[in-house]
Design a protein around this ligand. Structure first.
Ligand code: F6R
Length: 618
């Protein structure tokens, strides 16, 4: 987590770095800092709080904003509480080296003791201050240049990092390196300027040419020179591939919405359409998915599919389990990546692992993929961020094409991940013959209608807002669903707790009787997904059981439902579709509900406390 950004070139670095940090704030917002170099002095400003707080302290001091070189950081605290001193950038003892860091240096304590014994002193509790001093120690001891010192120092650390380092004694260059945390290098015309960031969003308006560092790579960035990339462990020169950026400025701005989360909820009809584009062909009764076209046999011959993911992506994986088992009749297990990677799982080359990740950078998911590959399994990725680490690490996969998701609470990533999983399940089901031609055609037509149905569903925003107003002061909430909508209940509960800080639990509706029913009283609202399919009558019974214990019910029902309407305190209607596709609709009102409750409680919707969008540490 943490966002890093830097600039070197002919322009004033301050606005570029500050705006870049604002775009990276989704990665962490415990503290922020910036270092500028004006050719004479290092100007360092850092503070606990957000980038806006940093702007306040630099606003009054002109000399705090001068310089054509700048490095900045927005922090998600790992080592040391979020305060001014622990904020990045960190400066070495001599005052020459300045560094920002995203990641964790696991053996920092041993290195710190060693450096302390050699006379180094430390102001902060961070692993970053230890690393910048280690680089300094190596540079002095070996009498080498910054790039070499960074390389040698990194070879003696254990952990994960993306770093940018500046040396006051060589002010025309920056050194960056990565292991486990991303670094993008934006290249200005004729190599006349460079932009460095944790992702490309900070420099999208300046250049479309970008080099993404791979793990274990270090780059020396000098004005007027091509980017020189080397492997950290053996110094081998690497061909730095320049790629063309695919995101636009418009995509990463709020576009008139109050929050990114709301914008992203409303973007879902388009996001799902973009996920379909070139893949769903109802008129030809066909689904085209390159990954499955090429590697379908791996799935069809697999002993089982194991889905690994975290958080919301894990919930999408659970929906995937229902889809793949129902349509393609392939046994599926869904695993938290963090558990899977450390559990010594039984894996063979006949297993297919599907890794799901919006960011494509989640450390646990990435580690689970590496483990699965090392045991011979075939790994398929479902990612949103093009060129991300997970997209590169998997054997093949499918991009969701949801566009940048900036709100920390995942919304359009969830529905587009389910869209991809549905396309996969349908395609595999057809190839396997486990789904009839007639059913396949029906599903394709129903899928095709989903974007319009989501569009229509979004018109209930005011109704959902009025329900949010009734329940905004609840301290505990229950979410229930069955079958395909059990994972939606989990996701609904996660959305509420992460942005409004209200405790919420998701359960399969029938499990309620095995414990959670003890919590029911008039103060605990229950949100139930009760669409007219499969186990409708059973869910209706669950609703009755809650009502007879004075519980309040907010039910998501199919358009035209009358039974639940008579019992529930509130109902929200969704358009009719095939049962397997309902998660794409039932999740929308739950997203809106959490959004409105959080706004009404005056919470920071896009940047909820303690969270970060991209979890690149374990
Ligand atoms: C919840 C949320 C997180 C992420 C999780 C995985 O709204 O955003 O739970 O889903 O951190 O992230 P990705 O999908 O980027 O691997």
């Amino acid at each position: 987590m943490c966002g890093i950004t830097a600039y070197i070139g002919p322009r004033d670095a301050y606005p570029i770095v500050i705006n870049g940090l604002k775009r990276l704030e989704y990665r962490g917002y415990d503290s922020a800092g910036i270092m500028l170099y004006d050719g004479e002095e290092l100007q360092l400003s850092k503070t606990k709080g957000k980038v806006a707080d940093l702007e306040k302290i630099t606003a009054t001091a002109r000399n705090k904003r001068n310089g054509k070189i700048g490095i900045g950081h927005t922090r998600w605290a790992t080592h040391g509480v979020p305060n001014d001193v622990n904020s990045h950038p960190h400066v070495s003892n001599s005052g020459d080296l300045v560094m920002v860091h995203n990641g964790i240096i696991e053996n920092y304590d041993t290195i710190k003791k060693e450096l302390t014994s050699r006379g180094y002193t430390f102001k902060s509790d961070t692993d970053t201050e230890v690393l910048v001093n280690l680089i300094e120690e190596v540079k002095l001891n070996e009498g080498c240049k910054l790039g070499k010192a960074v390389q040698l120092a990194l070879n003696s650390v254990v952990g994960a990092y993306a770093i940018a380092v500046f040396d006051r004694t060589k002010p025309n260059e920056l050194v960056v390196a990565r292991l486990g945390s991303p670094i993008a290098i934006g290249i200005g015309e004729d190599f006349g300027e460079f932009f460095i960031a944790s992702d490309a969003s900070p420099f999208v308006e300046f250049t479309k040419d970008v080099v993404y560092l791979e793990d274990e790579e270090l780059a020396i960035i000098k004005i007027g020179r091509e980017v020189r990339v080397r492997k950290i462990h053996d110094d081998q020169l690497v061909d730095a591939m320049i790629q063309k950026l695919q995101i636009s400025l418009e995509e990463i701005e709020k576009g008139g919405y109050d929050h990114f989360m709301l914008k992203e909820i409303y973007e879902q009809p388009k996001a799902i359409t973009d996920t379909f584009r070139g893949r769903l062909m109802p008129e030809d009764n066909f689904i085209k998915l390159l990954g499955i076209d090429t590697y379908g046999e791996r799935f069809l011959n697999a002993d089982r599919v194991i889905i690994v993911a975290c958080g919301t992506s894990w919930h999408a994986g659970l929906v995937g389990e229902y889809l793949l088992e129902d349509m393609a009749r392939i046994p599926v297990e869904v695993e938290y990546a963090s558990e899977f990677r450390y559990r010594n799982p039984v894996l063979t080359k006949n297993d297919v692992v599907i890794a799901i990740s919006q960011s494509g950078e989640t450390a646990d998911t990435l580690a689970a993929i590496k483990l699965a590959k090392s045991r011979g399994a075939f790994v398929y990725g479902i990612c949103n961020v093009v060129g991300s680490s997970i997209a590169r690490e998997t054997h093949t996969g499918t991009y969701t094409h949801a566009g940048p998701e900036i709100g920390v609470a995942s919304t359009k990533a969830f529905t587009t991940q389910i869209t991809v999983l549905t396309l996969m399940a349908l395609k595999l089901g057809r190839e396997k013959g486990s789904i009839s031609e007639e059913m396949f055609g029906r599903y394709l037509k129903a899928m095709d209608k989903i974007p319009q149905q989501v569009e229509k569903l979004l018109e209930i925003n005011d109704h959902v807002k009025s329900i949010a107003d009734v329940y905004k002061n609840a301290t505990n909430c229950l979410y229930l669903g069955r079958g395909f909508n059990f994972p939606v209940a989990l996701e609904g509960a996660l959305k509420l707790k992460e942005i409004s800080y209200i405790h919420a639990e998701g359960y399969p509706a029938a499990e309620m009787k095995h414990g959670p029913i003890a919590l029911i009283d008039e103060n605990m609202p229950t949100f139930v997904i009760a669409t007219k399919h499969g186990h409708y009558e059973k869910v209706v019974s669950n609703i009755q059981e809650i009502k007879s214990r004075s519980g309040k019910i907010i039910a998501i029902v199919t358009e035209g439902d009358t039974t639940v309407k008579e019992i529930a305190d509130h109902t929200i209607e969704i358009p009719e579709t095939e049962e397997a596709l309902t998660p794409l609709l039932t999740t929308i009102p739950l997203q809106l509900l959490s959004y409105h409750i959080a706004v009404m409680l005056d919470k920071n919707v896009d940047q909820p406390r303690n969270l970060a969008k991209s979890v690149t540490v374990e």
